[in-house]
Design a protein around this ligand. Structure first.
Ligand SMILES: CC(C)(COP(=O)(O)OP(=O)(O)OC[C@H]1O[C@@H](n2cnc3c(N)ncnc32)[C@H](O)[C@@H]1OP(=O)(O)O)[C@@H](O)C(=O)NCCC(=O)NCCS
Length: 254
């Protein structure tokens, strides 16, 4: 049973982390796996009423993994705590199956009441790095919480929330399938940063040309910004009167 769960955890990481190269590497180098092993042991002790032993196991695991899971928390199967450091899961938190938590996630409480005060994450939820879910809220199945978001309310199933306080956002590309994505976002078609900078420059030049045209009352000369430009003839620049200064306001309004 214990070994079967461990194998399941390793399979989960192999499937969800593109950086994982071998099972041995996962067993040796993934603190999230070590934290889950320690949690299962501490949770077992907690349920058998060995409360102090459970707390000691949990506190010791925190030193070695950077993950603090209260032994009273309820955590499902195939839960992946990626990078692990700084994750805190409170006593009455409930985490479903196939949930992914990144480093720095807090499933915390906001009240000192003894009852349910931590969140419930249903199956398939992904919580981005540094996010905090505070209070006994329910995060619906398949919902995603953006990095550094602070969630103070329930999140409906399948919805993505970001920001402080977290609000629902619509995916830029709604045609993308909602299958699991490492890091909670698509990595295909990642835009080339140089191409993006060139695009931004071209947009800026077009806007400036448009503005100059408005001011001068002449047709705009938009120079297409392409990489091939340097190999071609230099663009024709409209003749000026030799004065590089922008036209004076009085001349513009004339
Ligand atoms: C929230 C998340 C899942 C959204 O991914 P997505 O569905 O592809 O969403 P998009 O990238 O289309 O973004 C949708 C909008 O949310 C905004 N947004 C995305 N992530 C955000 C975040 N963490 N905080 C604030 N705003 C965010 C985008 O800027 C965009 O806003 P706009 O429409 O005004 O431009 C993703 O951005 C995220 O935070 N994943 C967690 C990754 C992580 O923690 N990795 C750790 C690796 S070690």
């Amino acid at each position: 049973m214990v070994l079967a769960r461990l194998k399941e955890d390793i399979d989960t990481i192999m499937a969800r982390d593109p950086a994982a190269r071998s099972r041995l590497e996962v067993v040796l180098c993934y603190p999230g796996v070590h934290a889950m092993i320690a949690y299962r042991l501490s949770h077992w002790c907690w349920k058998k009423d060995f409360r102090l032993v459970a707390r000691v196991i949990s506190a010791t695991a925190k030193v070695f993994t950077g993950v603090e899971i209260h032994p009273g928390a309820t955590i499902g199967r195939r839960v992946f705590i990626d990078h692990a450091t700084g994750v805190v899961i409170g006593e009455t938190a409930e985490v479903g199956n196939d949930v992914t938590l990144y480093q720095g996630v807090t499933l915390g409480g906001t009240s000192l009441e003894k009852g349910k005060r931590h969140p419930t994450l249903l199956d398939g939820v992904i919580v981005g790095s540094g996010a905090a879910i505070l209070g006994p809220h329910t995060i619906g199945a398949g919902a995603r919480v953006g990095a550094n978001a602070v969630v103070l309310d329930d999140v409906p199933p399948g919805v993505t929330v970001v920001g402080i306080p977290a609000k629902a956002v619509v995916r830029k590309d709604k045609t993308k399938a909602e299958e699991f994505c490492a890091y909670g976002m698509p990595t295909d078609e990642m835009p080339d940063p140089v191409a993006r900078a060139m695009d931004a420059l071209r947009d800026q030049i077009t806007a400036l040309s448009e503005r100059v045209r408005e001011l001068e009352g002449t047709p705009a000369t938009v120079v297409p910004l392409t990489v091939a430009r340097s190999e071609e003839e230099p663009p024709e620049v409209p003749p000026t009167d030799g004065n590089d200064q922008p036209p004076a306001k009085a001349a513009v309004s004339a």
